[in-house]
Design a protein around this ligand. Structure first.
Ligand code: HEM
Length: 504
């Protein structure tokens, strides 16, 4: 068994089946390839440096027999993931994470899940989600008045309330909500599993035969612990909806609408889940999994940017004061039109785009997988290679964004009608289907926070401002390391407006 596995593996590793060269990349060691070169974190930065070192926007790496192709430029990403999306839209299978649309291989099941997801999150359906967003926003802004020091957990609570409201119509508890906490735990697993090269059992089948007590086989113990995590997380809120249907108390939600859809009405008293129900449950779970941490991370980046770049905050507030004034709170009409370009608040739009560009939430997107071998610019792309679009490098490309590409500078978006920052939502057929809702939630939060609050660095005992470090911790998502800031209402008038939100 061992010998034949090694033989198969050796062949996969060393017989690429093409006379064309692979893209350049760091030298590979026998058997382990680049395993020792792969940094455990901040891979996007290393990939960008390798791009410069090998003078190529497309790189090849091999880790324990698995091929990785890194795309460091906008052109390469568009050429392959968009224009050749027919073959570049699969994912590698993570055996213990079934049912997640984001990790499904391209095919029939993926198309069925995606259809359900698209129906719900088509921009024309935003009116279904806005009541959940507005309610959670009201609670959030009030929580910043009452407990400003807890702003991070208040963000987590607000994003969780929106996602759980949209998915299940379930009211969250004011603190330590079990569904929000379970979603965070579930995302924690995903954040580790999807890091390229982090979890090798799926890529190197021989590792399955190592006993779990063996030193270095911690992946196996982890996999065992992770096996049930997804189902244990997505089942309880789904069953809550069915129970609420029986009690006659179910609120409007994605799950309720699917369960009561025309002829396919599901009987909530039947415990056994049909195939169709399983799909509804998994899709609601995907939304819960994909939307919570990403939304929270984007807002923490916004708070960090406002803390560190006071001029940008003042300019945005000046614009909001002129256009909206202090007699009312901002609303959706102030921020978006269908093309995601705000007409009335161009500077606020620029701040939004710059947050997504400056610190892209998912620096390597979610890895794509190519179904068949391919040739690009005379280079061989092996069948089954994992494709890593280096969104971070693309959004910091000095050729496109100039010498200030690494700094937070919203003004760059005032000069051109460009919204390339939304490349942070991915590419081709696997691009984020929650993009519209994510942007709408982010924008209404940004404009509401700027309208009513001042965000400043904390002060030390001598009264000096202490600027936080701009430090990020990266796994699948890239999030600011914990930092302190002060969030204060701009006036009593603003406080009164925010308190009125809870009366509506
Ligand atoms: C700031 C917020 C968000 C960011 C930055 C973000 C970013 C991304 C990225 C980069 C991908 C991978 C795209 C690719 O493979 O090319 C993705 C996939 C996905 N996102 Fe989002 N997302 C956000 C919010 C949301 C929300 C709110 C939802 C749900 C309503 C959602 C649902 C999904 C799903 C289901 C996928 C998998 C799509 C597939 O594999 O076909 N995301 N997202």
């Amino acid at each position: 068994m061992l010998t034949s596995s090694l033989f198969i593996w050796y062949h996969r590793n060393y017989h690429q089946g093409s006379n064309l060269p692979l893209p350049p990349g760091p030298k590979k060691l026998p058997f382990i390839g680049n395993a020792l070169d792969m940094p455990p974190t901040d891979q996007h930065i290393k990939f960008s440096q390798w791009g410069e070192q090998y003078n190529s926007d497309i790189l090849h790496l091999r880790v324990m027999g698995m091929d990785y192709i890194v795309l460091n430029s906008w052109d390469a990403v568009i050429d392959l993931l968009d224009k050749r999306s027919g073959i570049y839209s699969s994912r590698y299978r993570v055996a213990f994470w079934e049912g997640d649309l984001g990790l499904m291989c391209y095919g029939k099941l993926f198309n069925e899940h995606k259809k359900l997801f698209h129906q719900e999150f088509h921009p024309s359906n935003s009116s279904l989600h806005r009541p959940h967003e507005k309610k959670a926003l009201g609670v959030f802004l009030n929580s910043l008045i009452d407990t400003p020091k807890e702003w991070e957990s208040n963000i987590k609570q607000m994003i969780g309330a929106i996602i759980i409201g949209v998915a299940y119509g379930v009211q969250v508890q004011p603190k330590n909500d079990p569904n929000i906490d379970a979603a965070a735990r579930m995302y924690g697993v995903l954040n580790t599993v999807l890091l390229p090269g982090a979890f090798l059992v799926d890529t190197l089948p021989i590792l399955q035969y190592i006993p779990s007590w063996f030193p270095g086989a911690s992946f196996k113990r982890k996999a065992r612990a992770w096996y049930g995590v997804r189902k244990e997380t997505v089942l309880p809120p789904y069953m809550q909806v069915k129970q609420a249907m029986i009690n006659g108390t179910a609120n409007d939600s994605f799950t309720l609408r699917c369960l009561t859809n025309g002829e396919n009405m599901v009987d909530p008293r039947v415990d056994h889940l049909s195939e169709e129900e399983e799909m509804i449950m998994q899709t609601a779970g995907t939304l819960y999994e994909a939307g919570a941490d990403t939304g929270k991370t984007a807002l923490r980046t916004f708070i960090l940017a406002m803390t560190c770049f006071p001029k940008a905050q003042r300019d945005a507030q000046g614009e909001i004061d002129c256009v909206i004034g202090q007699e009312r709170l901002p609303d959706y009409e102030d921020i978006v039109d269908d093309s995601n370009a705000s007409v009335s608040l161009p500077y606020v739009r620029a701040v939004v785009l710059e947050c997504f560009r400056w610190q892209t939430v998912v620096p390597l997107a979610v890895p794509h997988l190519v179904d068949t071998e391919d040739t690009y610019r005379g280079l061989h792309i092996p069948k089954g290679a994992t494709i890593l679009p280096n969104v971070w490098a693309i959004l910091r490309d000095e050729k496109r964004y100039g010498p200030t590409a690494h700094t937070f500078d919203p003004e760059r978006w005032l000069l051109e009608n460009d919204n390339s920052a939304t490349g942070g939502f991915g590419f081709g057929r696997r691009a984020c289907p929650g993009k519209h809702m994510a942007l709408s939630t982010f924008q209404i939060n940004v404009v509401s926070l700027l309208h009513s609050f001042d965000i400043t660095p904390p002060v030390d005992v001598a009264g000096n401002l202490v600027m936080p470090e701009i430090e990020y911790v990266t796994r699948l998502t890239s999030a600011p390391a914990p930092f302190e800031c002060t969030i204060k209402p701009r006036s009593e008038k603003h406080v009164a407006l925010i308190q009125e939100m809870l009366l509506d």
